[in-house]
Design a protein around this ligand. Sequence first.
Ligand code: NG6
Ligand code: CA
Length: 502
Amino acid sequence: MHKIKSIIICCLLSSSIFSQQKPNVVLIYVDDLGYGDLSCYGATKISTPNIDKLAKQGIRFTNAHATSATCTPSRFALMTGIYAWRKAGTGILLGDAALIVPTDKTTLPSLFQKAGYQTGIVGKWHLGLGDQLEKEWNGELKPGPNEVGFDYSFIFPATADRVPSVFVENHKVVALDSSDPIQVDYYKKVGNDPTGKENPELLKMRSSLNHGHNNTIVNGIGRIGYMSGGNKARWTDEEMPLTFLAKAKEFIENNKKQPFFLYYTLTEPHVPRMPSTMFKGKSNLGYRGDAILQMDWTVGEIMKQLESLGIAKNTMIIFSSDNGPVLDDGYEDEAVSKLNGHTPAGVLRGGKYSTFEGGTRVPLIVSWPSKTKPAVSDAMVSQIDFMSSFSKMLNIKPKDIEITDSEDMLNVLLGKSTKGRTVLVEQGINSLAIRKDHWKYIEPNKGPTINVLTNTELGNNPLPQLYDLQNDLGEKNNLAAQKPEITNELASLLQKIKAQKD
Ligand code: NG6
Ligand code: CA
C-alpha cells in the first residue's frame, strides 16, 4: 500500500514538473527586415544591441527562411504548415479581404491551445477578416484570429499602409463610435476624407512616384484604399509600437502563471515608417533605420519584462522576419538617400518580392535560456517547420494536417542537431525556386527582371537558373547550362513537390 502511494505521488510530481517545464513561447515576427539589417548578422551602420543579446544567448541561424518573399503567403504558411503557393488567393491581401486561414484545421496557435496554452496575437495580421469582402466593420468581425486558434487578439487588419487604419481587439474595432461608422472601399472613394492625390499639401510624408499610396489620408499619411468614418478609432503611427508593446506586455502579465504562446507581429520596418518621437533621427539612416532601432528596443522591453517576472529562463523567444528587405516601398521616407552604405540584405542578392535569396532568407534567432546553448547554426530551416516542430515539442499530433510541407526541426531549432532540411521551396512574387543542399534552382519565367518601383532584382529569367550557394551565395553565376544533370534533377524535384495533392 505504502509503495503504491509513493508511486502515485511520484507520478503526480513528475507530471506537475513536466507541466511547469512547458516553456512559454513568444514568437516575435517582424515585417520586411532583411538578412543584413541586424548587427548580429553583420550590419555595421546600425546597432541592434537587444536582438544581439538574444542571439548571444540563443541559436542564430544563417540559413533560415520565410516561405515567401511577401507577407501574406509567409504568414499563411507559418499558420498552417502548408506552402501558400498550393492555395489560390494567398497573395498580398487588401485590407478588406476575407479570412484565408481555414477555421476547421489545426493551426500553429490551435496546436498550443490543444496543449493547454493560452494563446494571443498582438500586431499585424494580414490574413483577412470575416467571410466576405463587403463586411460590416462596425459589428463583429468574424471569423478572424480568434476563430483560428487565438484566445486573445489585438491586431490591425492588413498592413500599416492599407485602410482601415484601426486596431481590432477580439472581433471589435477599438474605440469605434457607433455614430461615426467605418466604410472601406479599395476601388472608389467613400466619404469626404481628403486623399493624398487630391491634397498632397496635407501630407507629412508623400507617396513615392507611381506607388499609389495616395488614397485616404490618415494621420497625415496617404494609404492604399479609401475609408470614411471611425475618426476616433484611427491610429497614430507614432504610437503604434507603444500600443502593441503595452498589449503584448499585458498579455504576458495576465498569463504569467500558465504556459502561453504569444505571436507578436511588429510592423517595423514596413512602410509607412513613422517612428515614435524618441526614435526619429536616431539611426542617421532615415526612418527605416529608426524603425529598426525602435523594433530592437521593443524586443529589449519584452526581454526585460520576462526577466522581472522571473519567467525568462523558461520562455522561448523566437525572432524572425516575414520576408526580405525593401527600401522604397511606397513613401518618400529617405530610405534610399540616407542608406549610408548599409546593406539590408547583407551579401544576398534581391530582397522583398525576389526569388533570389534576399527574398526569403531572413534572420532567425531561437533562445530558450534553460535549454539552448548559444550557437550559430548553418542548418537549413524554414518557418513552415514551426508547425511540425511544435507539434513534436507539445506532443500533439493533429490528424487534419493535409500535407506535410512542414518538417520536424525541433532539435535543430533548439541547437541539439545541425541536420536541417535537405530540400526547401522558396516563393518569389512571380516564380518558385528549389533548394537542395547547396544547390538552388529557379524555374524559368517571364516576369520582369526588376521591380521598377522598389528597384529590386526579382530573380526572374526566361531561362533556368542554377546557383551553387556554397561558393556563390550572392547568386551571380548561373550554372544551369554547365550543369544540366543537376538542373534537370532539381527541376523535376520541384515538379514533383508541386504535384503533391492535399
Ligand atoms: C505592395 C505595396 C507595398 C506593400 C506590399 C505589401 C504597392 C505599389 N506596393 O503591393 O507598399 O504594401 O504590397 O507588403 O502597392 S507585405 O510585406 O505586407 O507583403
Ligand atoms: Ca512583409
